[in-house]
Ligand binder design. Structure first.
Ligand code: ZN
Length: 47
C-alpha cells in the first residue's frame, strides 16, 4: 500500500515513477534508479 494517496503538500495526484538518485562516495559517484511516488503538480518526491 502507498503511504500517501495524494500529495500532502498541494493535494495533487501522485504517480509512481523511476527517478535517478546520485550517490556520492569519495572519488566514485554512482547514479542509481529508484522508484518513488512523485506529485504531478509540485514534483515533490515522497520516497
Ligand atoms: Zn504536490
Amino acid at each position: 500500500m502507498r503511504p500517501f494517496e495524494k500529495c500532502p503538500i498541494c493535494g495533487g495526484e501522485l504517480i509512481e515513477k523511476e527517478v535517478e538518485k546520485l550517490l556520492r562516495g569519495g572519488i566514485n559517484n554512482a547514479v542509481i534508479k529508484v522508484r518513488a511516488d512523485v506529485c504531478l503538480h509540485c514534483e515533490e518526491r515522497l520516497r
